[in-house]
Design a protein around this ligand. Structure first.
Ligand SMILES: Cc1cc2nc3c(=O)[nH]c(=O)nc-3n(C[C@H](O)[C@H](O)[C@H](O)COP(=O)(O)O)c2cc1C
Length: 167
């Protein structure tokens, strides 16, 4: 994977998240976990380029995110879609799902993790994290997404590196 200038990123972010899905990985190459995400935001904050992810406390990955400074979001060729669905329905608590999906972890900046098979990776340093305030969420959203009161925590990362396998 080659380092890219973030200014060259020109993909449709909605397609990337909602159709391709992303793989959020937290922890270091020695001890990490990953889960599929389809909600997220690329933006700017405090004069930095940022990537925000939303993770429920019930996810095994959540605990890696709260404890570690770095996380990555990786995107794969379309042929990996079934694997991403698998990684988003099984928990790393119960099995080595990365191995099961035949993904090859590789260490990047600060020992954060991406995969040989990924075509695009955002490497992020955690800047901020906060829980959603239930009272501030519209009732319709609560009724649809939070019947278990499993409110997301948002994690904002500064994008410190963009890696791509494509020219
Ligand atoms: C397409 C898709 C998108 C998902 N997006 C999110 C998300 O944005 N946030 C979240 O907390 N869970 C999301 N999930 C659910 C987690 O990926 C799933 O619970 C996963 O099994 C957690 O794995 P873990 O326990 O190993 O962390 C998504 C699942 C799928 C299939």
């Amino acid at each position: 994977m080659k380092e890219k200038d973030i200014a060259t990123f020109n993909e449709n972010f909605f397609d990337l998240m909602e159709k391709d899905y992303g793989l959020l990985t937290a922890g270091t190459i020695d001890n990490f976990n990953a889960m599929t995400i389809s909600w997220g935001a690329i933006g700017t904050l405090w004069r930095r380029n940022t990537f925000t992810v939303y993770v429920r406390p019930s996810r095994f990955t959540y605990h890696f995110l709260t404890k570690q400074d770095y996380f990555t979001i990786s995107y794969f060729p379309k042929s990996f879609h079934d694997k991403l669905t698998y990684l988003g329905t099984k928990s790393g608590r119960d099995e080595d799902k990365i191995k099961k999906c035949n993904l090859t972890p590789i260490a990047v900046k600060n020992n954060a993790v991406t995969y040989e098979e990924a075509r695009l990776t955002f490497v992020c340093r955690k800047l901020y994290e906060a829980d959603f305030l239930p009272d501030s969420i519209p009732e319709t959203v609560k009724n649809r997404f939070y019947l278990q009161k499993d409110y997301h925590r948002l994690f904002i990362g500064e994008i410190v590196q963009v890696l791509s396998s494509e020219d």
